[in-house]
Design a protein around this ligand. Structure first.
Ligand code: NAD
Length: 316
């Protein structure tokens, strides 16, 4: 029987599919240090973003024939090395796009109405300072009619554009690989509208947007740093649901403190799982702990897709 360790868990639907196909699936989480030992009893491992599958681990467990990543980013796996050793590596790139895009708007709606601050202050000051807090949050903004700049126009960038267009926003997009894409909006009653989006330069996106959202893979050098902040509109809102490292965090804090950036929404951080205290306590930052793909719907899609890929691989 083929044995799989789902070290960062797997949706019950995926587990059931695998078990029905005759696989054994264990979902206990083994620590990174004990993984090499534990994996000697398995044929495959599945991970999300927490477990690292590096060269040393791959070398230590030649019995492992497949590494499955539930989700998109493979920066926690030495993919090329694994493949060079004959280990298959599979992932589920499209399954979480909509959930990540919707989280972008959770952060945007939070930022434009100061919810990140109100949710912290209301429990403490709501009964004594109600009217003062009301005044502090009096200058909210609407998203409709504003421009969102999308940096990285792949699956999630395009899903974000679709939600933005549905809300009546304008979209500016930049990607390393320029493209012209039709975004299809489907409406109740079966009607649909197709809106073409042509990517423009990074400078145009940075200087022309009221809100910016990052959707690129991990970058060795931040895409947004002090030089880019200087070119942005005053009072811009920035969301990062991509990867830590894509925004220069100290420069972001400076831009928030100066008022250049009105608010930020962060799901990803330089130092995961121990983000900078200055980030965690900043009143203008809406925070989530890397939960872009953490919806029941995305996890079901990820689990189903991953199970299907694993079954296909071993039944070949
Ligand atoms: P994708 O590969 O479909 O799109 C990424 C796009 O970024 C590509 O079109 C690529 O050309 C472009 N790109 C790469 N480097 C760039 C750069 N320096 N400047 C501009 N464009 C650049 O990937 P995706 O599925 O859209 O995922 C995007 C990111 O979201 C990934 O980093 C992924 O890890 C992250 N993600 C985060 C979560 C979360 O929980 N927050 C969940 C899923 C994915």
């Amino acid at each position: 029987m083929i044995k799989i360790l789902a070290n960062d868990g797997i949706d019950p639907i995926g587990k059931e599919l695998l078990e029905k196909a005759g696989f054994q699936v264990d979902t206990e989480t083994i620590s990174q240090e004990q993984l090499a030992d534990a994996l000697k009893n398995y044929d495959a491992i599945t991970v999300r973003s927490a477990t690292k599958v590096r060269k040393e681990l791959i070398d230590a467990v030649p019995n492992i024939k497949l590494i499955g990543r539930g989700g998109v980013g493979m920066d926690n796996i030495d993919v090329e090395y694994a493949r060079s050793q004959g280990v298959a590596v599979v992932n589920t790139p499209a399954a979480s796009s909509l959930s990540v895009a919707e989280l972008v708007f959770s952060h945007l709606f939070t930022g434009i109405r100061f919810l990140q601050d109100a949710n912290r202050k209301m429990p403490v000051e709501g009964a004594t300072q109600f009217n003062n807090l009301k005044k502090a949050y009096a200058k909210g903004t609407e998203l409709s009619g504003k421009t969102i700049g999308i940096i990285g126009f792949g699956r999630i960038g395009r899903a974000t554009a679709k939600v933005a267009l549905g809300l009546g926003m304008n979209v500016l997009a930049y990607d390393l690989h320029p493209s012209e894409t039709e975004i299809i909006l489907d409406f109740q009653g079966g009607q649909s509208v197709s809106i073409p989006i042509k990517t423009v330069s990074l400078d145009e996106v940075i200087s022309g947007s009221d809100f910016l959202s990052l959707h690129t893979p991990f970058a060795e050098k931040p895409i947004l740093g002090s030089e880019e902040f200087a070119k942005m509109k005053n009072g811009v809102g920035i969301v990062n649901c991509s990867r830590g490292g894509t925004i220069d965090e100290p420069a972001l804090i400076e831009a928030l403190n100066s008022g250049k950036v009105a608010f930020a929404g962060l799901d990803v951080f330089d130092n995961e799982p121990t983000p900078l205290a200055e980030i965690l306590t900043h009143p203008k930052i809406s925070l989530t702990p890397h939960i872009g793909a953490s919806t029941n719907e995305a996890q079901e899609r990820i689990g189903t897709e991953l199970a299907t890929l694993i079954i296909e691989h071993f039944k070949k």
